[in-house]
Design a protein around this ligand. Structure first.
Ligand SMILES: Cc1cc2nc3c(=O)[nH]c(=O)nc-3n(C[C@H](O)[C@H](O)[C@H](O)COP(=O)(O)O)c2cc1C
Length: 335
């Protein structure tokens, strides 16, 4: 880790006979940064990597939207995946959202020309607008259409194809119908976020279904969903010992030091790490609202009270926000 983060004493506690603070993360395990539109783009990834190199193994980018006839190479569209914006060692997998076969082939070729070896297809975005356009999770109820897309694309593109899936739109039958297709085609891997699209982010993740699905697919599976603490990770690792790929989204934004906690037996003083990341993000932040969005997550991990958070939300400039954030953290860390 760059910088001097103070290491606190290790805490061991027991619950249901398992020792959760024991490290269950093994050398085979990989941590993957989840794609989060407007949050985990290249500026965030670079800031994170600069401060905490080699702690996250790879990142899937927020989706690039593909639409018929609009994919000629444009620097704006590909800004997030341009190599000059992605110079860290972290492996980057570009993600696309759409349903047009020719457009997907064009994008894959463009990504190949940028040096990428894998493209991830979003079959999980749950928002109404996306569902209505038969994109993201909206495709999950139409198994034949997904098969046509995979069949039409997979042997025509110079890079590997992976999928990021929910269990279904309204019912988990959707993913079960997809299993023979996942098993038949040479898909690189699948990321499963075990919720339905209608559940958005609220329901409990369906671990029983996840367990059943992974016993039926012959591809490498990445687990994604609700890893907010080391205890969450350890519970999942105990239940799914064959899984080695773990994608973390909101948990990483809430607590950017979570990957350290998962990987080690040490506990870190979060405030210093988050403040360092805040300072790094501030260097490239284009608006105060962007920083407020990050603080809506950081505040959860640091347990910042509502009234203090509302001070951050009322800031109108980056300088003001920086000052208030530092005041809040200083008060919190005062002994
Ligand atoms: C604000 C926000 C933006 C997201 N953007 C994307 C995206 O561009 N592509 C994608 O596949 N998933 C996206 N997701 C879903 C996450 O990648 C992840 O699957 C989900 O948050 C569950 O993981 P978590 O519990 O670790 O956060 C987004 C989620 C949130 C909350």
């Amino acid at each position: 880790m760059n910088g001097e983060l103070r290491v606190l004493f290790p805490q061991i506690k027991t619950k249901n006979t398992f020792v959760f603070e024991t490290k269950l993360f093994s050398p085979e395990d990989k941590l993957i940064m989840a794609p989060m539109q407007n949050l985990t783009g290249y500026l965030f990834r670079n800031a994170y990597n600069k401060l905490f190199p080699n702690i996250i193994d790879k990142a899937i980018t927020p989706f690039i939207s593909i639409t018929h006839g609009s994919n000629c190479f444009s620097k704006r569209k590909f800004r997030d995946v341009l190599k000059e914006h992605n110079t860290s060692k972290m492996e980057i997998i570009p993600q696309v959202l759409g349903n047009d076969i020719n457009a997907m082939i064009e994008i894959a070729e463009a990504l190949f020309s940028l040096g990428y070896k894998e493209m991830n297809l979003n079959l999980g975005c749950p928002f109404e607008r996306t569902l209505k356009k038969d994109r993201g999770a909206g495709l999950l109820s139409d198994t034949k259409r997904i098969e046509n897309i995979i069949e039409g694309v997979i042997n025509k593109i110079p890079i590997n194809l992976s999928l990021k899936l929910r269990l279904g739109v309204e019912e988990k039958d959707d993913i079960y119908r997809l299993i023979p297709i996942i098993n038949y085609y040479p898909i690189k891997n699948i990321i499963i976020h075990p919720r339905l699209a209608i559940d958005k982010y609220e329901s409990k993740v369906n671990l029983d279904c996840f367990e059943d699905v992974i016993s039926k697919v012959n591809k490498r599976v990445v687990y994604n969903g609700d890893i907010f603490s080391k205890e969450d990770f350890n519970n999942l690792k105990l239940r799914f010992p064959t899984i080695n790929d773990w994608m973390i989204g909101r948990g990483l934004l809430n607590n950017p030091l979570l990957p350290f906690e998962i990987r080690s037996n040490e506990y870190f003083q979060k405030e210093e790490g988050v403040l360092a990341l805040h300072a790094e993000l501030l260097k490239t932040a284009k608006s105060v609202n962007k920083m407020k969005e990050y603080w809506s997550y950081f505040s959860k991990g640091l347990n910042i009270e509502e009234d203090k958070l509302s001070i951050i939300y009322t800031c109108t400039t980056l300088e003001e926000l920086d000052k208030e954030v530092r005041n809040i953290i200083r008060d919190m860390t005062k002994v």
